[in-house]
Design a protein around this ligand. Structure first.
Ligand code: MOS
Length: 686
């Protein structure tokens, strides 16, 4: 058994038989149920909370609001400071919580709550001419928000051909199958939380900071999680409310958000607006790349969707400028959503590259090959493996790109127009600090503990494979333990960094244990032998990214504008796969989300009420089985040095990046209509 083998998930049987416990399902004694009450104004203050009607129900045990809620410490972020002030920064922000002996009574009580507000004018629309736009301060993956080299304006003025276009993506929401769920229980000043999150250790640190207690006194259990996509990277306001309710009542308190509540009490992705300007010579040489990106955060916390980040790494040019601007709106604080920054940013850049290819009368594949950089365009760092050219050429071969006639709107059979398009993909290969412990037992068994979490990705299985390989032990003697904050410092399942980071620590711990055992002549001491190992972020001496290329075939109904994605083929270079089957599944999942992003997903903001109008799966559309056909993901297995200790680069986000651009480019090829605003709805095509 070695890492890389396409093994089925260790917990697969438990999941499909219902034996796997998710956060809300843990048996606790005498629980209470918490229902959050969301603000009905987008900006203002609570002036009165009247719980009398709710409390009239004997099943309602307590009502929390800003006047009686426990005071939290200064740690954590503003969104987590639930009920600490009467201020309302966005519609749906938690202004009260009802605690009852049944979930039905809690929900009924929440609907009985009378909350009065003073309302202030709210700003909820992303407006590029807003005079109060900010320069964001937060960096992404160690890179600053903005970059510049050369003289972009002079190069654009001197270019033979210029493309200058604006591309937008809407607010989107994650919608994992399992919504946010928490059970909180206090014993004295120790907090136990069963929580659906993307990192039990980081969650324990956050809860500790919020309650002003050392993280060791917080135990977070996250054994199985039904998806996250970024929605669960920090304890949500509802999770914090559950810990408060447990504190006040002295009983275990359970909270699970409804699908509707997920749209305001869990984050989403910021809408984005990218102005891309590309300058080129007639022969296709890029002379200027300018990416000006606008996104929003809430008025209480700065989160930056780094829409321009991917543009740093993509194409050779002497003149490059990337700027990010941030609007502060009365909307819930957005947060990372699958391929934060890169998914919307590469829709813009890869659409613009397609437009440039048409302006130059060049093949879009040839244009990309002509501008392949030797070092990272923004930073000048050498690449720790790139293989983008190979992804493009292998993909073109598999797809049959060579025979393509570039003329748009030419291929009609009956009511259907046919077209093809391509786009590149990239995502950073991050490795964060993590620790793991490996222990040999006298009976010949091995246990490995790491504070990882498996969102459904297959991380548990890949980590177990790494452990078996590094220990060189019989697979049946090796047990992996994940999903608990006490397993030691561990990063989030986020930024496609989880398995690489935890895996590096697992490999380090297991390798060290094997060496220690050899020192003992292979004999395990009577009380066992335990060794810890760790990973650190690599030095910033390489540009570490995965790359890929999408090739897409669509048909578009000439009468209705309906788009069907007949084929989406991706070729990806992500180092060594740690489990070929689950890595493949991750890439396909990303591509499905890319189809969804291209054709369906948009959260609509009512500009008067500051309300997300479509806040359930009946009206917020995601790709379903009927949308998906002809999906193919191929991995180029290229072992890159200097990337991660585990040997692999992340695969969780690579599949979504660029997919929407490939689809939009194919729609243009089919119809001659260039859609620059996602999603590609009927009225935008016709
Ligand atoms: Mo991923 S959006 O970083 O959970």
């Amino acid at each position: 058994m070695s890492a890389g083998t396409g093994l089925s998930r260790l917990e697969g049987r438990d999941k499909v038989t219902g034996a796997a416990l998710y956060a809300y399902e843990y048996p606790v004694e005498d629980p209470l149920y918490v229902w959050p009450v969301g603000a009905t104004v987008a900006n203002g203050s609570v002036v009165e909370v009247d719980p009398a009607a709710a409390l009239a129900d004997p099943e309602v045990v307590a009502v929390l609001d800003h006047t009686n809620a426990p005071r939290l410490g200064q740690g954590g972020i503003a969104d987590q400071h639930v009920l600490q002030s009467p201020d309302v920064a966005y519609r749906g922000q938690i202004v009260a919580g009802v605690v009852a002996t049944t979930p039905e009574a809690a929900r009924e009580g929440a609907e009985q709550m009378l909350v009065r507000y003073v309302e202030r004018p709210a700003k909820v629309v992303l407006d590029p001419s807003d005079p109060s736009l900010e320069e964001p301060t937060a960096a992404f993956g160690g890179h600053p928000g903005s970059d510049a080299k050369g003289d972009v304006d002079a190069a654009l003025a001197a270019a033979d051909v210029v493309v200058d276009r604006v591309y937008t993506t809407p607010t989107e929401h994650h919608n994992p199958m399992e919504t946010v769920a928490t059970i909180a229980q206090w014993s004295g000043d120790r907090l136990l939380v069963y929580d659906s999150n993307q990192g039990p250790w980081t969650a324990a640190v956050a809860f500790g900071a919020l309650w002003d207690i050392p993280p060791e006194r917080v135990e977070v259990v996250t054994e199985h999680v039904g998806g996250g996509f970024g929605a669960k990277v920090r304890p949500t306001p509802g999770a914090v409310l559950a810990t408060m309710a447990a504190r006040v009542t002295g009983r275990p308190c359970k909270l699970m958000l409804t699908r509707q509540q997920m749209f305001t009490m869990s984050p989403g992705r910021s809408a984005t607006r990218s102005r891309i300007r590309l300058g080129a010579r007639h022969d296709g040489t890029l002379t200027a790349v300018d990416h000006d990106a606008l996104q929003y955060s809430s008025v209480i916390h700065e989160y930056v969707e780094h829409t321009g980040a991917a543009t740093r790494t993509m194409y050779a040019t002497d003149n490059l400028r990337i700027t990010h601007r941030l609007a502060r709106l009365n909307l819930p604080t957005p947060r990372v959503m699958r391929a934060p920054g890169h998914a919307p940013g590469m829709f813009a850049l890869e659409s613009a590259m397609d437009e440039l290819a048409y302006a130059l009368d060049l093949d879009p594949l040839a244009l990309r090959l002509a501008n392949e950089p030797a070092v990272e365009p923004a930073g000048g760092l050498p690449f720790a493996g790139r293989h983008l050219v190979e992804c493009l050429t292998v993909g073109a071969e598999r797809f049959g790109w060579a025979t393509r006639d570039p003329t748009p709107g030419m291929r009609r059979h009956g009511r259907w127009l046919f077209g093809t398009g391509l786009a590149a993909s990239t995502y950073p290969a991050l490795q964060r600090a993590a620790t793991a412990t490996a222990r040999a037992e006298p009976d010949g068994g091995f246990h490995v503990w790491v504070g990882a979490v498996d969102l459904g990705t297959g991380a548990r299985t890949a980590l177990w494979q790494l452990a078996v390989e590094a220990l060189d032990a019989p697979p049946s003697r090796v047990s992996i333990h994940i999903g608990h904050s006490s397993h030691g410092q561990a990063p989030l399942a986020g930024g496609s960094s989880g398995t690489a980071s935890w895996g590096g620590a697992v490999r380090a711990a297991c390798t060290a244990l094997r060496e220690r055992l050899a020192e003992h002549g292979g004999v395990v001491p009577a009380d066992g032998l335990a060794v810890t190992g760790s990973t650190e972020p690599p030095p910033p001496d390489r540009s570490r990214h995965s790359y890929g290329a999408h090739f897409c075939a669509v048909r578009v109904d000439a009468d209705t504008g309906q788009v069907r994605v007949d084929r989406l083929l991706g070729v990806f270079a992500h180092g060594r796969p740690l489990n070929a089957r689950t890595a493949h599944s991750q890439l396909l999942g990303g591509m499905v989300m890319g189809v969804s992003m291209a054709l369906h997903e948009q959260t609509v903001v009512d500009p008067r009420l500051g309300m997300f109008v479509n806040h359930d799966l009946a009206q917020y559309h995601v790709a379903t089985n009927a949308d998906i056909r002809g999906l193919e993901a191929h991995s180029l297995e290229r072992a890159d040095d200097d990337v991660t200790l585990a040997g692999g680069k992340g695969v969780g986000e690579l599949g979504i990046v660029g997919a929407a651009a490939a689809i939009a480019n194919a729609v243009h090829h089919a119809t001659g209509v260039r859609v620059r605003d996602l999603p590609i709805t009927l009225e935008r095509v016709r």
